[in-house]
Design a protein around this ligand. Structure first.
Ligand SMILES: [Zn+2]
Length: 201
């Protein structure tokens, strides 16, 4: 707990937790410009088995790699899903605004951009006209949507790797979507990955 408190104090995060039609949610308390970082997700790193052991709180685990999860801290744990979100995950753990945000807006991201586990699904009640009905793994999204999300640089590297390894997307798709990004470390060089050299193009 002490550890958790000190982490929460260390960061300046301009958000508050409030009530929404689907339970608690997170709201910004100042304007944000498109592309601006709102927070960095933090939490104890756990594996898949440990996340399952949480029972109903299983969905508090935020996937960051194959068999790697963050047991999310507050406030990240209270951010809701939307199929048409106003924020997205950049560089695996940074939450950025996808458009300009007004103070008081609830922030939501697309949970499917953090999921590749063949386990958890949830009926979606995000209410967006673009609602897909069910929140499920990235692999099940329509290809056009995957490419759009990749071109917005909000698909974590482990999901792109899973697409390539599963043969659902090719390196040509990844490069065409410029999913590697120009802004820093979207692509983490992984020397054990034979594709790493190609991905640094
Ligand atoms: Zn939805």
């Amino acid at each position: 707990m002490t550890n958790h408190m000190s982490r929460a104090k260390a960061a300046t995060i301009d958000v508050r937790i409030g009530e929404t039609p689907v339970g608690k949610g997170v709201f910004v308390t100042r304007p944000y410009a498109a592309g601006e970082e709102i927070l960095v997700f933090t939490g104890e790193e756990i594996d898949f088995e440990t996340s399952l052991a949480k029972g109903e709180r299983e969905c508090d685990a935020f996937q960051i790699g194959p068999n790697r999860y963050l047991d999310l801290d507050i406030p990240g744990v209270f951010i809701n899903h939307s199929c048409d979100p106003n924020t997205g995950i950049r560089d695996d753990i940074r939450l950025v605004a996808l458009r300009d945000l007004r103070p008081g807006e609830e922030i939501r991201y697309d949970y499917s951009t953090t999921m590749d586990e063949d386990h958890w699904e949830m009926e979606c009640r995000c209410g967006s006209p673009k609602c897909r009905g069910v929140i499920r793994d990235f692999k099940w999204l329509p290809k056009e949507l995957k490419l759009e999300l990749m071109s917005r640089k909000i698909v974590p590297r482990f999901l792109i790797d899973a697409e390539l390894e599963g043969g659902r997307l090719t390196m040509r798709h990844v490069l065409a979507a410029d999913a590697c990004g120009r802004l820093g470390r979207s692509v983490t060089p992984r020397t054990q990955n034979p594709r790493a050299a190609e991905l640094r193009v």
